[in-house]
Ligand binder design. Structure first.
Ligand SMILES: Cc1cc2nc3c(=O)[nH]c(=O)nc-3n(C[C@H](O)[C@H](O)[C@H](O)COP(=O)(O)OP(=O)(O)OC[C@H]3O[C@@H](n4cnc5c(N)ncnc54)[C@H](O)[C@@H]3O)c2cc1C
Length: 460
């Protein structure tokens, strides 16, 4: 959907630009390419005609008030980018994009995190660590608080015990499309607050601030990584992992290690190591408990947060925290572990598919997935990975407090490549094959219902 055809289009946008300049709201006409400071994780996205960089809620209000009368004349697509990590490039459109990167304040007050959308998770992690507080969140340092906490916050260690990050939003400042602003809370406007939590944005306005509950840092945090043997996989491992206490979280990752497809169990626990091993022995099997016992890789929450990063990242941490996304992306290769960088963090053309699956899925799912990996050509092997992540616990218990559907376990697959042609042919074909493989394990009631953190649902 385009906006007014030239020359009306140019005239209208130029008038808007003049008005924005007059009131000092930073903006730029794009002319077919994104300005370098606006970074998208997925290079497969639309290019807007105009980008606006607001520095405050008032500037968002002023800009939207100027755009509102123009929208009456013509449909104008508007989109919002906070961190640019939506998997499918949804933060861009062909019209006007609000880039929130200069609204990046992040503080803790009365044990609540108050964060602006342009703040990257690196800063959120830093502020939480300084105050010994936690919130469930993801592990990419450049993901933006804006998209993340309105739609996601699946933490591979904390979500079963504490829920998703977006389930803890207690208040949000929203500027509606007509330029009016409102602070919505459970008391003042529960309907709008509920619609924001799990929304993936782009529904009724621009979020300019979020407040979230935080929690004490747990005293025990451990993480183990076990390479599993398909032949001796404990029976019904998905269901039995789901039934573990919420302190124990499991993700089964399928990817290549040195050219061979592998299945790796990532097991996080908020219990002591001894107790965790007892529970695994009792609830799953002794053999797996024994393997976990010998495979601990992290002994604290900060170990877990730094696990995908090289040591240099820890040494340079304070400067990383204050970098702009553009500055960080330019040198990020030296901070991520190489394998993590190639298959997850690199700015590239990416394809991502995710589906809710049934927790009663039998272990044949893993045989099918390994068989699927074996079809992948060598040049792609370093650039793909997938997860079966087991949900449940608090996330499931409180599923009604967000506006997106929530299932019990999710399967995801992601591939990255450098050029558009390979992306449009081979990686789309891989996604198609993955969809076929996962089809028979899907949660029937949630077919077509996406996890918002993974995909914008156009129905909304
Ligand atoms: C490498 C990588 C790792 C990830 N890891 C995890 C993980 O561990 N756990 C997890 O749960 N998710 C994870 N995600 C998914 C990620 O959390 C979501 O895609 C999230 O929405 C990204 O937020 P963003 O602000 O960076 O993205 P953006 O692309 O900027 O925004 C995403 C969507 O939200 C909308 N939006 C953004 N800001 C606003 C705003 N201020 N007001 C209204 N709408 C807005 C955008 O228009 C867009 O539709 C990961 C993604 C990537 C690429």
């Amino acid at each position: 959907m385009g906006i007014l055809n030239p020359p009306n289009n140019i005239f209208m946008l130029q008038t808007l630009v003049n008005q924005l300049n007059k009131i000092g709201v930073q903006n730029q006409l794009c002319d077919g390419a994104l300005p370098s400071c606006t970074v998208m994780h997925n290079l497969d996205h639309e290019i807007p005609q105009l980008i606006i960089w607001p520095k405050s809620t008032e500037e968002v209000q002023q800009a939207l008030s100027l755009i509102a009368p123009l929208k009456k004349l013509q449909k104008i697509p508007i989109s919002i980018i906070s961190g640019g990590h939506g998997y499918n490039g949804e933060a861009m459109c062909t019209g006007i994009t609000f880039d929130m990167q200069f609204m990046k304040s992040c503080v803790i007050k009365d044990n609540k995190l108050i964060v602006e959308p342009g703040c990257g998770l690196r800063k959120v992690i830093d502020v939480l660590q300084e105050h010994s507080r936690i919130i469930p969140h993801g592990d990419s340092l450049t993901v933006g608080a804006g998209g993340h906490f309105i739609s996601a916050g699946w933490d591979l260690l904390l979500t079963r015990k504490y829920g998703l990050g977006c389930q803890h939003v207690t208040s949000a400042t929203i500027v509606y499309w007509d330029g009016t602003a409102e602070v919505v809370t459970q008391e003042t406007n529960p309907k709008v607050l509920h619609s924001i939590k799990g929304s993936f944005g782009n529904f009724q306005g621009i979020i300019t601030e979020l407040t979230l509950d935080t929690f004490d840092t747990p005293s025990e945090v451990h993480l183990a990584r076990v390479v599993l043997d398909l032949a001796t996989l404990p029976k019904n491992i998905i269901q039995r992992s789901y039934n573990l206490p919420p302190e124990i979280s499991t993700t089964l990752r399928f990817f290549f290690i040195e050219g061979t497809p592998k299945l790796v169990l990532i097991l996080g626990t908020l219990m002591s190591k001894e107790k965790t091993i007892d529970v695994i022995a009792h609830e799953i099997c002794k053999n797996l408990a024994e393997q976990v016992k010998n495979s601990w890789v992290c002994e604290s929450l900060s170990d877990v947060r730094f696990l995908p990063l090289e040591r240099t990242a820890q040494e340079d941490w304070k400067s990383i925290v204050d970098m702009t996304t553009e500055e960080f992306e330019e040198i990020s290769e030296k901070y991520w572990k190489r394998d993590v960088f190639l298959r997850e963090m690199k700015v590239s053309y990416c394809q991502q598919r995710s589906y809710w699956i049934n927790i009663t899925a039998p272990n044949t799912i893993f045989k099918d997935l390994i068989y699927f990996l074996k079809t992948i050509s060598p040049e792609f092997q370093e650039k793909v990975y997938g997860n079966v992540t087991i949900g449940g616990g608090e996330m499931w218990k409180n599923k009604k407090n967000v506006s997106m559907p929530i299932g019990q376990a999710i399967i995801r697959f992601e591939s990255h490549c450098e050029d558009l042609k390979t992306h449009q042919t081979q990686s789309k074909h891989l996604s198609y094959l993955f969809t076929k493989v996962s089809e028979k394990y899907r949660e029937k009631e949630l077919i077509g219902k996406v996890y918002s953190g993974d995909k914008f649902n156009r129905e909304k």
